[in-house]
Design a protein around this ligand. Sequence first.
Ligand code: XMP
Length: 510
Amino acid sequence: MIIVLNFGSQFAHLIARRVRDLGVKAEILPFDAPAEEIAKLNPVGIILSGGPASVLEKKSPRPDKRIFDLGVPVLGICYGHQVMAQMLGGKVVKDEHREFGKEELEILSPRRLFAGLSKKQTVWFSHGDQVKKVPMGLVRTAYTASCSNAAFADVQKNFFGIQFHPEVTHTTNGSKILSNFLFSICKAKKDWKIASVATNIIAQIQDEVGENHVVVGISGGVDSLVAATLIHRAIGNRLHAVFVDTGLLRKGEVEQVASYLKKHGFKQLHVIDASRTFISRLKGVTDPEQKRKIIGHTFIEVFEKTIRNELKRYPIKYLAQGTIYPDRIESASTSKTAAKIKSHHNLTLPEKLGFNILEPIKDLYKDEVRRVGLTLGLPRELLWRHPFPGPGLAVRIVGDVTLERIHILQEADAVFIDQLRKSGEYEKIWQAFAALLPLKVVGVMGDARTYEYVIALRAVDSIDGMSADWHKIPNELLEKVSSAIVGKVRGVNRVLYDITQKPPATIEYE
Ligand code: XMP
């Protein structure tokens, strides 16, 4: 496997995903992971990610210097390139002509990392410092007009530094560069294949769980669905699936997922309609964090009660969760440098129940979860649904959550999503939904004046939800959606399209 040391870049995950897409397992570790811990994992190569810090600052993050003695190839990217240059004896300075965006790279030595590339390459830069002096014994291998040491190499030790980002698509031959590092330099094997990943996970579950019973919470989303299907394949009806209907899911979602599971042999499926409890506890609550807390606590309470009552006859030893790789990495020390913007409640299921935790998809990225789902025969329509927040529609109804507002929002959202699917736009978008603004505005319908709610449509392009751009939906489609919503959904007389990026906005409304 390849180890990616994370220096706080939002691209660390992207690097790991690109490596996996090339067929090699990649794991992200904190930037200061001790060399022994790394050595234990037996990696064939190490990648130092970029990061927001400057090596010129006193307390800037540094890797354990013994990683350079492990005899393993190292590739430093951006901040990783600079930290490597500095630790190996070179010099980094503040860049007078900061390079951000696309640049033309001139390759001096089109071999090894740059094998198979022509001399001029378009690459993507994003940093304010640059390497002024390459460490003794290392050679510079590429430059740009304003960065004389844009890449360096130690061909004996297989250390490579590049100032630009090969993991982003703006670097035209980024994938070739990563592939050169993996296969010609690290001699990695292409053994990360989704079908075998699924088979291995099923075998691991059987190994770990033995003859015990497992309970899993179905949220309606893709992750818990795939996790449950894997466990069901592994242990059959010793899996008990609890689907808490919070009343805050998308239109028809509870029925769609529940009927799919029933049809596919889930005998122990418990759909618990707790919508009244959720809605009554949310009454009058307008603070977004407060809403999240209430929903999180109520969910746990309902879940526990179900286990204590309905499932008490079964010898349940494991609680399964659909935690995926980014959830785990985001909440661990790897993101020491990242600020907490809002509390997500995905990781907080009951510890006090005393179950062992089973997380079958904890090493997978979202796109891998979907592909595993496909190999298990789950329908594309369920797998390629956009991400949905744990607190559901409550964070898409600004302010007070009422039954009427939930109903209006579900209907408007269904119209929007239906039109996106029909037009083929849905799969081009990372996440799309309708939100309800608690404003009543004036309109006219027929001869009458109306006074109704405003629906905001949001559709964004993103890599991982950390940052996002608004999706450029064709105007005709927007027009169609707007007329369909105002025409079909009672209680709405105005539709807005949200064109803010994240940051400064977030994707959700609360
Ligand atoms: P924001 O709104 O923070 O959202 O830009 C980024 C991504 O996270 C999802 N999201 C959540 N997911 N629990 C979740 O499970 C939450 O409380 C939550 N809040 C936001 C959001 O849908 C987007 O994909």
